[in-house]
Design a protein around this ligand. Structure first.
Ligand code: BGP
Length: 465
């Protein structure tokens, strides 16, 4: 048990230690954020007058000792974090890595071990060096497999003995929804956009299998997982058309795990790609690689379930969700419209486990909320309530349903920049950071009420919640 962050949302230090620029750095806060994440804004530059939250984020780059000490105090057994690719290979395509970047992560891992915390490392979390986008067009170019392979060899070798748990790509299915953020893809032509996305996806799937192979070769103790933005889809009614639509919606995500955990493209996807003319170019050897190097475990993020209908009149989707969903009348929602459904977590765990029979790891889950700092703390009972219900659902999945759940790192050990809004005011942490949406504040850290609550949950392995 522990909690999770991503480099671009907490690290900052965007131009320190020889780091190069990445897609996340030039993604602004405010109304221009979505066009950039979608890949429809092609400028690839910083603009005067815009605020870029990832540049400084919460400055984990300089505060990591203090922050990890607090994670240790909470009793974390695991800390999920990601590497900034451009800190290790500033342009992405160099032959030699940046020693200063490598040393930074080495220090972070050593600091974790000081407190008995096992790092779980996402190799790329919405992160692609700008040079790889400008020069090669991001992941739609097969060359990226080679650069990613080099990154993997470097980190698996360098961090052998310090890191054993790896995730290849964060929320790999996000390429379909936010392609620039997910894969450094620019959408040039609407007609060919889906084909480009599936080409990029194929390259990431091959790169992921290659990473799994290399990780096992370099250290047989390494365990590699895939990572999906999950959440089961309910049919709005029991009309078979609604049920069929919900199955299709879930398959959009299952497709990725089907390939990464079973080792081949499922028939429904092959048929669909043929029909829609989006079949990616595959090279000889790709299929064998996918088949031979499936993941050791399956990880996913879960914030919410989804709901769908085949009735065209029921087309009003809720706001604030990257994944299309109808308002489910049985559920409450967060201030950002994310529907809160702890039983949905149990359902998702069961569906994924039934389908693959591999160990599962929930690597994100949590409540984004507006917090108020009063007398140096935040009384965040709403967050505790959310977490408590989700921990209960997990326990039921383990104790009653027999799901093999090996870990839980919920989102945001500490407040950080929100991926979707680029704002600080959508807070997930058990530690408050004094920084606002415009980048003002002292960066001082404060423990919230949830800090002690989670400490107790970890100490009792979820018994006392
Ligand atoms: C996931 C991402 C995370 C994280 C989380 C919460 O999609 O993997 O990076 O940010 O969602 O989302 P948000 O920050 O938009 O509330």
């Amino acid at each position: 048990m522990g909690r999770a962050t991503a480099a671009n949302q907490c690290e900052g230090g965007y131009d320190q230690g020889g780091r190069g620029l990445a897609n996340v750095d030039i993604t602004p806060h405010g109304k221009n954020r979505f066009p950039v994440m979608l890949g429809t804004d092609h400028s690839l530059e910083f603009h005067e007058g815009e605020f870029y939250p990832a540049k400084e984020a919460i400055d984990f780059y300089s505060h990591y000792k203090e922050d990890i000490q607090l994670f240790g105090e909470m009793g974390f057994k695991t800390y999920r974090m990601s590497l900034a690719w451009s800190r290790i290979y500033p342009n992405g395509d160099e032959l030699e890595p940046n020693e200063e970047g490598l040393r930074f992560y080495e220090d972070v891992f050593k600091e974790c071990h000081k407190y008995g915390i096992e790092p779980l490392v996402t190799i790329t979390h919405f992160d692609c060096p700008i040079h790889l986008i400008k020069e090669y067009g991001g992941w739609k170019n097969r060359k990226l497999i080679e650069f990613y392979e080099r990154l993997c060899r470097t980190i698996f070798t360098r961090y052998k003995g310090l890191v054993k748990y790896w995730l290849t790509f964060n929320e790999i299915n996000m390429i379909l929804h936010l392609p620039f953020m997910g894969a450094g893809l620019l959408i040039e032509d609407k007609e060919t956009a889906l084909k480009d996305k599936y080409q990029a996806i194929h390259h990431e799937l091959v790169a992921s299998a290659l990473a799994t192979k290399i990780a096992h070769e370099i250290d047989p103790d390494n365990k590699v997982g895939c990572m999906l933005a999950a959440g089961n889809t309910y049919p709005y009614t029991c009309n078979p058309n609604d049920v069929w639509k919900s199955i299709q919606s879930d398959r959009e995500g299952y497709f990725f795990i089907d390939v990464q955990a079973r080792g081949y493209y499922p028939n429904y996807a092959l048929k669909q790609m043929k029909r829609e003319e989006t079949m990616p170019i595959m090279e000889e050897g790709d299929q064998a690689l996918l088949k031979e190097h499936t993941v050791d475990f399956i990880s996913f993020s879960y914030y919410s379930s989804r709901c769908t209908s085949a009735d065209p009149k029921m087309n009003k989707q809720t706001e604030g969700n990257v994944f299309a969903t109808l308002k489910n009348p049985y559920l409450q929602a967060s201030e950002w419209g994310w529907q809160i459904d702890p039983l949905g977590l149990r359902i998702t765990l069961n569906s994924i486990y039934d389908r693959y029979q591999k160990p599962l790891f929930i690597v994100e889950n949590g409540l984004g909320a507006k917090d108020e700092l009063v007398n140096d703390t935040v009384i965040d009972d709403y967050r505790i309530d959310y977490m408590r219900e989700h921990v209960k659902a997990m326990k039921d999945a383990i104790d009653i349903d027999g799901v093999d759940l090996i870990g839980y790192t919920s989102w945001g050990c500490i407040d950080l920049v929100s991926a979707s809004t680029g704002e600080m005011s959508k807070r997930y942490g058990f530690i408050y950071v004094d920084r606002d949406d415009q980048g003002n504040g002292t960066m001082k850290r404060y423990k919230k009420k949830s800090f002690d609550w989670y400490k107790k949950v970890i100490a009792t392995n979820g018994e006392d919640i």
